[in-house]
Each structure stands twice: as C-alpha cells, then as structure tokens.
Design a protein around this ligand. Structure first.
Ligand SMILES: [Cu+2]
Length: 288
C-alpha cells in the first residue's frame, strides 16, 4: 500500500502540475494532450484574456469555497447538540440578511463587469486585415477567402485507414485552413444545412454556424504558432457524423501566407463556389 502511494501521489502531483501543456503532440500540433487538465495555452488576444480571467475566477471561487466550508465546519462543531444543548430561538437578523444578500451581489457585479468587457472584445474587430468565411456542412467544413480572390475549398476528415505518420486520428483533414499570424482576421460563419459549431480551444473561438444567418467573431494568432497546426472540432451536435468534422488551422508567416494564397487561387479556382458578397458585407457592417 505504501509503495503504491509512493508512486501514486507524485504521479498525481505531476499530473496536476503539468496543467496546460499547450504544444502537445508531435510536430508542434496545438491540441489537448491525453489527460490534460486546465485550458490549452492561449493563442490569440481573446484567449489570453479568457485564460487570465478564468484564473482570476478560480481565486474568487476558491476563497468562497474555503469561507463557506469554514463556516459550516464551525457551525457543526460549535453548535452541535452536545456542546449546545439549549438552541437559540432566533429566526431573523436583519443586518445579517442584508449582508448575505448584498455581498454576493457585489461579487457577481465584480465578475460581470470584466466578463462583459471580454465578451465585447471577442465580438468583432474594427480593423480587420482579412476575412475568412466558414461554412458548416453535414459533415465537413467549407472555407472561403473573399479578400484574396474569393477562392473556396472544402476541408474533409482523413479516414483512419488513410492516416499518414504523425497525423492525429479524428483531427486530420485533407485541406487545412491556412491563416497568417499577427493579423486581425475577421471570421464569418454560416451553414448550409443544420447548426454546427466552429470551435478552436487555443484561440478561444467557439461559435455556431447557423443556416440563413451570418455570425461573426475575429482572431489574431500569436507569432509563436508559426508552422503549427491548431486543431478543433465541430462542437454542436449536428448529426450522425458530428464527431468526424474536425478543424485544422495551419498558422504561417505573412510571407508564407501570400505564397500560399497564390497557389491556392490556382488550386481551388472554381466558378461554382462564390461567397455571397451581400451577406459578407452586411455582416461586416459595411455598405457599398
Ligand atoms: Cu457539425
């Protein structure tokens, strides 16, 4: 038993200490490691804020838990039937009731104010340098680059029996989304059939793609992710193959992105896929 504990305890502490190994997996993939705790390392300004805010909330929550637990322990020990045979008949205490109503309200307001600030920060960017349009389909993603000649392509999962060395199972796709780092990217979302959800944990992007509607958010991938593939999944139950429509974003330098755009324009040149300009402009709050 002792020996088992000797192994188990350090292993547990080790697991708890290794929280947030963001660059898990081979070849610098950005995805969760097996048994990972905590969040993935933040890869965008929005994610920076959310991860930091989450840490602040943990402190507040921990203090509240310790306080309530301490209070309950004190009551259980000090006022049990043995130590306190004649209980008090008090039923009201106005001051106490006001305090235990007002203090939680103040705590919640203190949490809500920064929370709303982060929500608005993540909502949209005023100075987008480019746009990526994401369309959900049963069961794959389509991507369009309206600012780069409006080419578009589909991104489909690689089945298990076609995986090559180093390609993670259930996450690899045939055509990755390529995005430049340190660039304000407007992200527009819609769907061709049912509601899907484009979720990339390390960028803190998680947004529904709705048929007949365009949702918007933005991102700016940190420089350190150059050359890395950031993985995510559809996160809205969308049908039988919901678990088989992963998202893979390859982050590249701006120069490499320009090179890729030229290749992609030729590779994906097609007349039958065109971004609906009106939808895009309306969503971006532009008029022309
Ligand atoms: Cu889906």
């Amino acid at each position: 038993m002792r020996n088992k504990l000797k192994i188990f305890v350090p292993a547990l502490i080790g697991a708890l200490m290794s929280v947030g190994p963001a660059l898990a997996g081979p070849a610098g993939d950005v995805r969760s490691a097996p048994w990972q705790l905590w969040l993935q390392e933040p890869g965008s300004p929005t994610a920076d804020r959310i991860v930091a805010f989450n840490a602040q909330l943990m402190v507040i929550e921990t203090l509240i838990v310790i306080f309530v637990l301490g209070l309950m322990a004190y009551i259980a020990i000090r006022f049990n039937a043995k130590r306190n045979p004649v209980p008090s008949k008090t039923t009201h205490n106005t001051l106490l009731e006001v305090v235990w109503t007002v203090v939680p309200i103040l705590i919640l307001v203190g949490i809500a104010v920064p929370s709303l600030k982060h929500l608005y920060f993540a909502d949209r960017t005023q100075d987008a340098e480019m746009t990526l349009k994401v369309t959900g389909n049963q069961w794959y993603w389509s991507y369009a680059y309206p600012d780069h000649g409006d080419f578009a392509f589909d991104s489909i999962i690689i089945p298990d029996d076609e995986l090559k060395e180093g390609q993670p199972r259930l996450l690899s796709v045939d055509n990755k989304v390529v995005l430049p780092v340190e660039t304000n990217i407007r992200l527009l979302f819609t769907s061709n059939d049912v509601i899907h959800n484009w979720a990339l944990p390390s960028l803190s992007v998680k947004i529904d793609t709705m048929p007949g509607r365009t949702n918007e958010t933005w991102t700016r991938i940190h420089e350190k992710y150059v050359g890395k593939t950031i993985y995510g999944m559809c996160s809205e139950l969308c049908g039988v193959n919901h678990g088989f429509m992963p998202i893979a974003v390859l982050a590249v330098s701006k120069e490499d992105f320009d090179k890729w755009v030229k290749e992609a324009q030729a590779k994906y040149a097609s007349d039958d896929i065109k971004t609906d300009d009106k939808v895009r402009l309306a969503a971006a709050g532009e008029t022309r």
